[in-house]
Design a binder for this molecule. Structure first.
Ligand SMILES: C[S@@+](CC[C@H](N)C(=O)[O-])C[C@H]1O[C@@H](n2cnc3c(N)ncnc32)[C@H](O)[C@@H]1O
Length: 246
């Protein structure tokens, strides 16, 4: 089941307000990969900002956005018709040897909560890629403990393009093994009440990620600890992985 911040149309409509293009250095990092690829699949594409911007930059190949949240896809679809907006996930394996690049940006990889789910989705990514194709994704480094900042002191405030003020705040509920559960409240000027969502994300270590990749037919080509391509360290914020389909 998809979390409310993606399945609820009111919250999905707010996603781009909180995640405007270039609000994170992940955006130019992934855009460079998409622009260099012929045909690209974006898994957990959400509102599809990565492929929408790639089209704006003149990408001419096939661009497919895959997501199980129809409300998120509807936001993207309303912006551009020249992207294939596909409802679903990789575990169903709808694609066979069709892409040069598969991306999972915005920590979409962390929605896979067990080894079994991760294996099924990585197998789907491998099937979707042509031989030699690239899988690119990031997952937060568990050693950096990002969840310690998911408290009311770290309320996130932004202004929507129409000038309204919007805010979001996380409340940490539990940390059990590598699973972190939290809830998020969202508001924007004009709403009588905040919207709520509850999520669990997995924070796997790099060695777990790499073992799962090897088992699914991938060879790690590069791994970075941050968007400036610095190496993995004990405290780096991200585990950013580029893996080749072998
Ligand atoms: C944080 S958003 C990232 C959206 C986009 N990739 C970005 O960078 O802005 C995570 C997305 O993963 C999607 N998602 C949830 N479960 C999924 C699954 N099993 N397979 C693929 N995507 C999933 C959600 O619906 C949501 O759109």
């Amino acid at each position: 089941m998809v979390d409310a911040h993606y399945s609820n149309p009111d919250l999905a409509a707010l996603y781009d307000v909180f995640n405007a293009w270039n609000c994170s250095p992940q955006d130019p990092f992934y855009l460079e990969l998409v622009m260099a690829a012929g045909d690209a699949l974006d898994v957990g594409c959400g509102t599809g900002k990565l492929h929408r911007i790639a089209r704006e930059h003149g990408h001419r190949g096939r661009l497919v956005g895959l997501d199980p949240a129809g409300a998120m896809l509807n936001v993207g679809r309303a912006e551009r018709a020249d992207i294939e907006w596909t409802l679903g996930d990789l575990a169903g394996g709808p694609f066979e040897g069709e892409f040069d690049l598969v991306t999972m940006s915005g920590q979409a990889f962390q929605v896979f909560l067990t080894d079994e789910q991760t294996r099924a989705n990585l197998a789907g990514a491998r099937r979707a890629l042509r031989s030699g194709g690239l899988l690119a994704f990031e997952t937060r480094n568990p050693a950096a403990r990002a969840w310690q900042r998911w408290t009311s002191e770290h309320e996130y405030r932004v202004r929507a393009p129409d000038g309204r003020r919007a805010w979001s705040v996380h409340t940490l509920e539990s940390v059990e093994g590598d699973l972190v559960t939290f809830s998020t409240a969202y508001g924007i000027q004009g709403w009588a009440d905040p919207g709520h969502s509850r999520s669990t994300l997995r924070f796997p270590e790099a060695r777990t990620v790499n073992a799962l990749l090897a088992g699914a037919g991938f060879e790690v080509q590069a791994q970075y600890g941050d968007w400036d391509r610095s190496p993995l360290t004990d405290t780096c914020p991200e585990i950013i992985t580029l893996a080749r389909a072998v």
